[in-house]
Design a protein around this ligand. Sequence first.
Ligand SMILES: *[C@@H]1O[C@H](CO)[C@@H](O)[C@H](O)[C@H]1NC(C)=O
Ligand SMILES: *[C@@H]1O[C@H](CO)[C@@H](O)[C@H](O)[C@H]1NC(C)=O
Ligand SMILES: *[C@@H]1O[C@H](CO)[C@@H](O)[C@H](O)[C@H]1NC(C)=O
Ligand SMILES: *[C@@H]1O[C@H](CO)[C@@H](O)[C@H](O)[C@H]1NC(C)=O
Ligand SMILES: *[C@@H]1O[C@H](CO)[C@@H](O)[C@H](O)[C@H]1NC(C)=O
Ligand SMILES: *[C@@H]1O[C@H](CO)[C@@H](O)[C@H](O)[C@H]1NC(C)=O
Ligand SMILES: *[C@@H]1O[C@H](CO)[C@@H](O)[C@H](O)[C@H]1NC(C)=O
Ligand SMILES: *[C@@H]1O[C@H](CO)[C@@H](O)[C@H](O)[C@H]1NC(C)=O
Length: 426
Amino acid sequence: MGLTLFATLFAGLALSSPLRRAAGDSSLPPPLRFTSNGTFQISIFEDLHFGENAWDTWGPQQDLNTVKVMNEVLDAETQQLVVLNGDLITGENAYLDNATVKIDQIVAPLLARDLAWASTYGNHDSQYNLSRHAILAREHRWPRHARTQQMVHGPDAGVSNYYLPVYPSSSTGSSSDAPCLLLWFFDSRGGFQFQRRNASSGAHIGQPDWVDQSVVTWFEATNARLAAQYNRSSFPSLAFVHIPTNASQAAQMSPSGIDPRRQPGINDDAANLAQQAQGWCADGSNGPECVYGGQDVPFMRALAATKGLMAVFSGHDHGDTWCYRWDGVLPGMEVRGSGVNLCFGQHSGYGGYGNWVRGSTQVLVDQRKLGGGEVETWIRLESGEVVGRVELNATYGVDLYAETPDTMTHCPTCNYSVITNMPGTK
Ligand SMILES: *[C@@H]1O[C@H](CO)[C@@H](O)[C@H](O)[C@H]1NC(C)=O
Ligand SMILES: *[C@@H]1O[C@H](CO)[C@@H](O)[C@H](O)[C@H]1NC(C)=O
Ligand SMILES: *[C@@H]1O[C@H](CO)[C@@H](O)[C@H](O)[C@H]1NC(C)=O
Ligand SMILES: *[C@@H]1O[C@H](CO)[C@@H](O)[C@H](O)[C@H]1NC(C)=O
Ligand SMILES: *[C@@H]1O[C@H](CO)[C@@H](O)[C@H](O)[C@H]1NC(C)=O
Ligand SMILES: *[C@@H]1O[C@H](CO)[C@@H](O)[C@H](O)[C@H]1NC(C)=O
Ligand SMILES: *[C@@H]1O[C@H](CO)[C@@H](O)[C@H](O)[C@H]1NC(C)=O
Ligand SMILES: *[C@@H]1O[C@H](CO)[C@@H](O)[C@H](O)[C@H]1NC(C)=O
């Protein structure tokens, strides 16, 4: 079955699923729901970077360490959903014949706990031997647990663009129930095209690394359609995208910058964190000499204009873990923020660059606080400690919190070694 046909069938299934679920079809994924306590918790694993150096000991050992991180976090927290926020696999090191088998190792700790997951794909998930479509197909071997979808099918859209509704605890899963929270997943693309080489030079062909205009158009139309369908002016929502936008860099570069007590979190990828469209010129060519051309401006405008959007979570920059409340116009920018929080998660994988202590960012939504647009977030470290607990509420950015300690991993033999990653790709 062709991949497009497969994805189309899946999308059709998703649309009719409330009815079939109500009819007792147990092969369908149960709806995401707030607990009877009125809470919904998400654990984010990002930059897992499975599959480094398969031919070496450094690599397979990293994956075992990463599974340990996942198990420790999953045991310590009580989440209803796991988000895999990009760079699941280090595709540069993948072999064509078995490029996606690492997905089985990634999802094993989730299946063992009967947990649902939802992915966004990162720049390392598209390489010469690894395609996003192949990862999606592998995830769908577990249709009751994998919530990742492709809802936008244009040639430049990427794959992991979709939304998931979350229902109140009282919901029966019937088709007339209204969701009370929306989760948006966006594909910031990047990396290289699958099995394509430049005919003259033989080089791998790059894939642009920002959220495409076709996805922005779909997002705006879908959000408006849902509001009309449920007769609401907006929905409380959260968004996930692997590569942050230029607004995160502008926040970091602004004169007030990232304050360790007002925006707690490590800020080690400082002085120009890597953002969308990095390495791509405005004329569509790419290379390290390219000056940022503002290609993510339509996406930033859409985020800022989305009423009810509480926070956007990114990965990619392993050395940054803060949240910044983007309100007003940041220096150098034209797009005006309207209070959405731009957040980084914690590097979870032992693959990928950096020796910061591994962990997982937690997001806790409370049904009773949804009207005020408030979300709580903290980082559960593999050591068991909790750091960076903040309330993303109306005074976030003003309130004072404890600083997040800048801790390195306790596993000295696990250190990142410089491998075959392309320079400038995080
Ligand atoms: C509800 O909260 C209580 C007390 O915090 C906790 O023990 C229990 O596990 C929670 N239940 C669910 C379904 O999360
Ligand atoms: C891709 O996979 C093939 C077949 O397994 C392998 O020979 C090759 O080294 C891999 N990597 C690249 C970059 O082609
Ligand atoms: C994938 O195939 C390569 C080449 O045959 C092999 O070295 C590697 O161990 C395989 N990886 C996995 C996870 O099976
Ligand atoms: C292919 O390589 C040539 C020579 O390096 C370059 O001029 C051209 O722009 C490349 N084409 C693409 C599609 O990347
Ligand atoms: C939609 O909501 C408005 C106010 O919230 C209400 O006045 C109106 O009757 C609702 N329309 C429908 C069709 O339920
Ligand atoms: C991007 O952010 C930088 C600050 O890091 C700013 O100087 C620049 O003007 C911004 N560009 C756009 C298009 O937002
Ligand atoms: C936001 O949360 C902080 C920490 O709990 C609290 O001190 C502050 O009063 C809250 N602000 C609002 C507007 O609720
Ligand atoms: C690994 O990193 C830690 C913390 O940065 C450092 O103290 C240690 O010496 C490093 N170990 C090796 C083997 O490079």
